[in-house]
Design a protein around this ligand. Structure first.
Ligand SMILES: NC(=O)c1ccc[n+]([C@@H]2O[C@H](COP(=O)([O-])OP(=O)(O)OC[C@H]3O[C@@H](n4cnc5c(N)ncnc54)[C@H](O)[C@@H]3O)[C@@H](O)[C@H]2O)c1
Length: 348
């Protein structure tokens, strides 16, 4: 396996070896915390936006090793607020914009909040980058914007078909990013990750739901539709994809969209069986109607062609599904980690 940024020691003096100050939105979340860690280990100082909250919680950033935390300047803020976005980005050499509302079921309930956060929030980031002349913006899309695959593997030229309010809000943000490049020459690159998994993921996603329940001693699992297939990418590989497009020459990436995925595909049902085998757990799996999405909203098949990203940056995944699952299982088996989750409810 290749050495990944997350395995590297933190440079003695981040920033002095060519590293720069970079800003990250959504830094306290699942992918954002891994990206923040990878950026520090690559020698950057990170200015991290954490969504303002009354608990003074810094999310997963609180769990990073002390030598990483020391290089992270945490700023409470909100991407819906132009002032706090501008303050975050001022003086940064690059911005990694990950903040978003991401849960599909909750987007059925609260669609306005998805438009405010994902579309208006992205507009605020684009405007700040444009006004400040920031040299690089990495905008985060999602494979959900493609909808059920019409052709596989999915290239960036596949039609966009937004089957949920979440997907629609992300596609709207993507279109704004494209328009800022076309209209103002804003140096934005869009990374479109396929399903990402690993330590720190919330139980809104299927892999932590299954592993977390088994780790908590549960053997009867209630899940949604078991038929859809997905291309699961380990989070450290996704973080490396962000770094790859964030540091590549502008001529290679600016104004372009890049898929990040492994090219592999597995159904949810087969994935659950694989996890059961890896955790030596005999499972009784039941489909729960409450978790099954409206028929036309369920994305039945996603599998990536990441050839464009490989050609532009040399990125390829270092983890296969089993090695990524092994690290994820080890994380959830740690009692202090498992204690952060509610394994006995349906997390939306
Ligand atoms: N997890 C996946 O499989 C996946 C796949 C494709 C794309 N993505 C994208 O990757 C990004 C990160 O997703 P994640 O899986 O880490 O989810 P996450 O929910 O863990 O992270 C999202 C972060 O955004 C923050 N946020 C939400 N609203 C905000 C606001 N108004 N102001 C500031 N911050 C706010 C949240 O606090 C959270 O930390 C998102 O843009 C998501 O659409 C995720």
């Amino acid at each position: 396996m290749n050495r990944t940024p997350a395995d590297r020691p933190v440079p003695a003096d981040p920033g002095d070896d060519g590293g720069t100050t970079v800003a990250v939105t959504g830094a306290e979340g699942f992918i954002g915390s891994h990206l923040t860690e990878a950026l520090v280990r690559a020698g950057h100082r990170v200015r991290a936006m954490v969504q303002y909250n009354s608990f003074s919680s810094y999310g997963w950033l609180e769990t990073l090793p002390a030598e990483v935390r020391e290089e992270v300047d945490i700023q409470l803020g909100d991407v819906r607020d132009p002032g706090s976005v501008h303050a975050l980005i001022e003086g940064a050499e690059a911005v990694y914009h990950l903040a978003a509302l991401i849960a599909i079921p909750y987007s059925y309930r609260a669609p306005h909040s998805y438009v405010d956060t994902n579309i208006t929030g992205t507009l605020n980031v684009l405007e700040a980058v444009r006004r400040l002349g920031t040299p690089r913006l990495v905008h985060t899309s999602t494979s959900e914007t493609y909808g059920t695959a019409l052709t596989v593997p999915i290239t960036e030229d596949h039609p966009i078909n937004t089957q949920s309010p979440y997907a629609a809000s992300k596609a709207g943000a993507d279109r704004l990013a494209d328009s800022y490049h076309a209209s103002f020459g804003t140096p934005v690159v869009t990374l479109r990750p396929f399903n990402t998994f690993g330590p720190r993921q919330s139980m809104r996603a299927v892999i932590p739901t299954v592993i977390g329940q088994i780790a908590a001693g549960e053997r009867t699992l209630t899940l949604g539709d078991l038929r859809p297939t997905r291309d699961f990418t380990f989070v450290k590989d996704t973080a490396r994809a962000f770094l790859a497009v964030g540091t590549a020459p502008a001529a290679e990436v600016a104004g372009r969209t890049f898929n990040a995925g492994t090219g592999g595909e597995i159904s949810v049902g087969d994935l659950v069986r694989l996890i059961g085998k890896l955790m030596s757990a005999d499972l009784d799996v039941r489909e729960d109607c409450a978790r099954i999405r409206p028929a036309n909203s369920e994305v039945m098949r996603l599998v990536a062609d990441a050839g464009r990203l490989r050609a532009a940056t040399g990125w390829r995944p270092a983890y296969d599904l089993e090695s990524g699952l092994a690290e994820t299982i080890a994380f959830f088996r740690e009692p202090a980690n498992l204690a952060r989750y509610k394994t006995d409810i349906y997390n939306i």
